[in-house]
Design a protein around this ligand. Sequence first.
Ligand code: NAP
Ligand code: MG
Length: 398
Amino acid sequence: MEKIKMATPIVEMDGDEMTRILWKMIKEHLLEPFIELNTEYYDLGLEHRNETNDQVTVDSANATKKYKVAVKCATITPNAARVEEYNLKEMWKSPNGTIRALLDGTVFRAPIVVKGIDPCVRNWKKPITIARHAYGDVYKNTEMKVPKAGKVELVYTAEDGQEIRELVHTFDGPGVAQGMHNVDRSIESFARSCFNYALDIKQDLWFATKDTISKKYDHTFKDIFQDIFDAEYAEKFEKAGIVYFYTLIDDAVARVMKSEGGYIWACKNYDGDVMSDMVSSAFGSLAMMTSVLVSPDGYYEYEAAHGTVQRHYYKHLKGEETSTNSVATIFAWTGALRKRGELDGNEALMEFADRLEKATVDTIEAGEMTKDLALITTLKDVTVLNSEDFIRAIARRL
Ligand code: NAP
Ligand code: MG
C-alpha cells in the first residue's frame, strides 16, 4: 500500500510522562504505517524545556504561525515539586499559557461521543463544544478586604489626565471589594475565533452573558459579538446554514440542559471555567475530551484536554501494566491531520483522519476499551485492554 503524502508539515509538540509514551505508540501503530508523516518536531518535554530555557516552547508557537497547524502532547506545568523532581533552573511557565499568549487564541473543548459511554444528561445526543474566553475578568482581578466603614471608588485616569470616578459602595462596616477588567481587542479576537470555528465545523454558535445586570461590562461583550457578526459573518452563517444565538447566561444554562447538543457554547472566562468542567464530566470522562486552540489569524493547535496522567506514568516506570486512554490524544492527531488536509486540499489525508476516528470509536463500541471507560460503560462483557493493546486493537480495525 502506498503511504499518504503530506506536502506541508504540521508542527509536532512532544510532551511529558504517560502521554509521551502514548504519543510514540500512536505514531508507531496508527500513523506511520499509513502516512509519510511530515512534521516539524519540537520536544516540549520538561527536560528539554529546561535545557533551552523554555525557548523551544516559543519556537514551537512561532512554527505554528508559519505552518498554521500544530498537534501537542500534554506537558507538565511545573510547580515546586516538579522543580525539585526535574532539578529545574526555574519554575517555567505553563507551555499552554505561553503558546496561547503568542497565538492569541480561544480554546474549544469538545467531548468525543461513543455509544455505551452515555452522558448523564439523557437528552444530550451530540457533543457540546465549549469556547472559553481566556483573558481577564476575575482571573486578572484586584481585590480588597475593606477593614471598616468608608468609601470604595473606581478611578480611571487617562494619559491626558482626564478622570472618571464611580462610587462602588459606601461601607458602614467591614466587607470586600474587587476590580476587574477586559480589553476590546481581546473580546474582538475571542468573537472572531468563535465565528470562524462555527463556520469551520458548521455548528450553531451560542453566546451568553449577564448583560441585564452588568449593563456596561457584560453588555460590551454582547455588543462586540453582535457588531462583528453583523459586519463580517451574518452572510457567511446564512450560507453555511448555521445561526448565531445570543441569550442571557441563566437562560442559556436552562436551554443547554434541555438541548440535544450539537452546537458551540461561547463563554466568558469564568463561565467557561465552570461550565467546561460541568459539561465534560457530564459527558463521561476527561480522557474523552479534545481541545483545540483557534487563533483569530487562522492558526490551529490540537491537543487532549487531560494532563500527563502522572500516576499511570509512575506505574509504568515501575514496570507495571497501565491502561491509559489514548482517545483524546488520537483525536488531537486526527484534528491536526484533517485541518492540514483541508488547508492543502489533501483529500486522502482528510479521509484518513475520518477513518482513524471511526476505527477508534468502533473499537470502544465493540467492547474493547481502557479501564477508565470500562468503569463507566453501559456495554456488557467488555474487554479491558492495557495502553498498548488498546492502540493495537484500533490499528487492526484501521
Ligand atoms: P491528569 O493528567 O489529567 O490526570 C488526572 C487523573 O485523571 C489521572 O490520574 C487519571 O485518574 C485520570 N485520567 C486523566 N487522563 C486519563 C487518561 N488519558 N486515561 C486514563 N485516565 C486518565 O491531571 P493531573 O494528574 O492533575 O496532572 C498531571 C500533569 O499534567 C501535571 O503536571 C499538570 O501540570 C499537567 N497538565 C497538563 C495539561 C496540558 O498539557 N494540557 C493539562 C492538565 C494538566 P486515575 O489516576 O484515577 O486513573
Ligand atoms: Mg475549571
